[in-house]
Each structure stands twice: as C-alpha cells, then as structure tokens.
Design a protein around this ligand. Structure first.
Ligand SMILES: [Zn+2]
Length: 364
C-alpha cells in the first residue's frame, strides 16, 4: 500500500501553492514542503472538505478561519488513511471508482434506446444515481453556466451594500455546515417574486422576492430553504433527469458548445420545472434546522410564505415562487410546527440600515 503521495500545500496566509510530499503515518501526516519545512498534522486536527465523490481532488484542511490546505490527486491516499485504524476511518471516498465509465455507459444507453420506454422506467432511476455521484466541481460548472443564462450580467444587481448584507446572512447560515459547496447568491433585477437554486451552490434571488421580504429573517428563511436544495442536490437531480445523458457527458468532458447547449437546457429546466413535494419538505425541514443552528429566528420562512398566501388565490403571474414551490398552505403549517419546537433563543440579524431600504437597493 502506498504511503507517500504527491501533493500541493497552501499555508492559508498566501495564495501560493507549493509542491509537497505527504507521508501517511499511524497518527498523522508528515508533510514535506518543497524548499521549506516539514510539517506534522495529527489526524484528529484534519478536516476532509473534498474528495468524497469520484473525480474530485482530495482536499484536507487544518486550522480555523484561514486554514492550511493540502491538495492530493491520488484517491489511494484515502484508502491508505482508512487502512491505518479508527482515526483514519472518518476519511471518505471516492464514492464510485469509475464515474466516467458510468456516464459514458449512460450516454451510450441514451443513444441506443428508442422511444419512451427507457425514459419511463430507466432514466429517472439512473439519473438519480448520476446526480448523486456527480463531482461537486461538475455541478459547479453546470450551475455557473445555467446562472449565466438565467441572470445575464447586465440584469444583475451589483449594489455592494445589498450584496454584502445578503452574503453576511449566508455566512451566518452556513457557519456550521460542511463546506462541500460554496454558496453564492446572485440578485437579479426582475419583478417576479422568485428565488431558485442551481447546481453547485449558485442561488438566484429576484428583486420582486427581495422587496416582498419584511425582515432579514424572512430572507434568511428563503435562503436556508434554497441552500438545502443545493445540499440535497435537488437542482442537479432535476437537470440530470430532464436532459440527455450524452449531452451531459460531452459538456462535462469539456466540449464548449455542448456545455453551452447543456446550460441552456439546465436554465430552462430550473426556470420552469417544479420540485416534488418530497423535495420541498426536505428543503423546508433541513432549512429550519439550519436557521435554528445559526440562531436565526426560524419563523422567517413561514411568515414570508404566509404573507404571500392571500395573493396566491387568483395567482397573479408575478408570484412565480409558487409555480416552483407548490403546496404552500401545507408547508406553512409544517414549518410553524417545526419552528415552535426550536428551544434556542434567536439572535436578531443586524443590518447597517433599515431592512426596507436595503431590500429596495436593487433597481433603485
Ligand atoms: Zn423549494
């Protein structure tokens, strides 16, 4: 079993990547940085933040806000780590050894299959597997391309105070979450009351929704829900399920025109299709836990949805949020029940000025 691996090391203070070699010992990693010191990382101090899915680089971190980072390409490192005993067993991955083979096989299947039969019984199940093992870096690529279609740069709200406020809310929400996904919120100057998540951590909030929030806690509620869609890979599943596996294979293999075509498809799907009730319930429950953990008032999401309900009857076209987020009344009841179970006292979200003024900064 290999015990020495080639790596890159970042010290957390400067963006310089330095070559290093890593030796796996029984209680830690010995890291020899090229032209520098030899470091010792005890196993208990190491976090694995990437490399759980096949095709991803392994990323290990040590330290707090600006951690030292070790990047290793060879998945055998994880096998070696798991082989050294209990302390090594918490390192995970890669989940499937040959994703590329699976995706290629799916692509071939899609080409060979004629008619709807396979779509009915085969593709949804297979695409769910693909969505759950797709590397985060691929999700990010697809998500970024889809957001570029849905939120072209000339329609984005770039007010720095608004973006900073929204980013601060996200930072508070994700503080205890695993950092597999980096959440980025794009605000778009559009009157529709809508928000959605794209694969890989990209969330789009439309001006109409922002202006309808009465408190930062209501926005935090919507964001926690959308972040949980990302964590549960719901948008990825939706996209993979409704697009051709062959096009996906070409897009992730680096074909630029395929990526363009795929992102158009992904954007269309994210903009029009609904999630199932099960996905909505999952995002609500996990979103609520996220709010409680962050000590944000968990009533924000139900109060936001509640204020929209009277307008839902007769459904004006601007309330697109309901088109993508169905079964509102039932959701509100469940959310209220879950929020009532939270025992921790919330800490208010403090903003630099009145929320009403901040929520109107887009398109102002
Ligand atoms: Zn949702």
């Amino acid at each position: 079993m290999a015990t020495v691996f080639a790596a890159h090391y970042l010290d957390g203070q400067t963006p310089v990547r330095r070559r290093a070699s890593v030796r796996v010992a029984a209680t830690g990693l010995e890291i020899a940085v090229e032209g520098g010191a030899t470091l010792w990382w005890p196993l208990g101090a190491i976090r694995q933040t990437q490399g759980i899915y096949a095709g991803e680089q392994i990323r290990l971190e040590r330290g707090g806000a600006m951690p030292e980072t070790l990047l290793v390409d060879d998945p055998a490192l994880l096998v070696t780590l798991r082989g050294i005993g209990a302390a090594g067993r918490r390192f995970r991955g890669p989940r499937r050894p040959s994703l590329r083979v699976l995706v290629t096989a799916l692509a071939a299947l899609a080409v060979v299959a004629v008619g709807g039969a396979l779509h009915v019984w085969g593709i949804p199940a297979a695409s769910s597997v693909v969505a759950s093992i797709l590397p985060v870096s691929w999700e990010d690529r697809i998500g970024r391309a889809a957001v570029a279609q849905l939120a072209p740069s000339e329609r984005r709200c770039l007010d720095p105070a608004l973006q900073a406020t929204v980013d601060a809310i996200v930072a508070r929400l994700v503080v205890r979450a695993p950092d597999t996904y980096r959440i980025r919120v794009t605000i778009v100057d559009h009157p529709a009351v809508n928000a959605f998540a794209a694969p890989g951590g990209h969330i789009v909030v439309l001006r109409g929704l922002l202006e309808r929030t009465r408190t930062p806690e209501e926005l935090a509620g919507v964001l926690a829900h959308e972040i949980q869609h990302v964590y549960h890979r719901h948008p990825t599943r939706l996209v993979v399920q409704h697009t051709s596996a062959g096009l996906l294979a070409a897009a992730v293999a680096g074909d630029v025109s395929a990526l363009m075509a795929y992102s158009l498809e992904a954007a269309r799907i994210l903009g029009t299709l609904r999630y199932s009730r099960q996905y909505e319930a999952e995002a609500d429950a996990a979103g609520l836990r996220m709010l409680a953990t962050a000590r944000v008032d968990p009533r924000g999401l139900s109060s936001f949805l509640g204020q929209l309900v009277p307008a839902e009857k007769g459904a004006p076209p601007t309330l697109a949020y309901f088109a993508s987020h169905p079964a509102t009344a039932e959701r509100i009841t469940t959310l209220q029940r879950l929020a009532a179970e939270v025992r921790d006292t919330p800490t208010p979200i403090v903003t630099s000025r009145d929320w009403k003024d901040i929520a109107r900064l887009c398109g102002a």
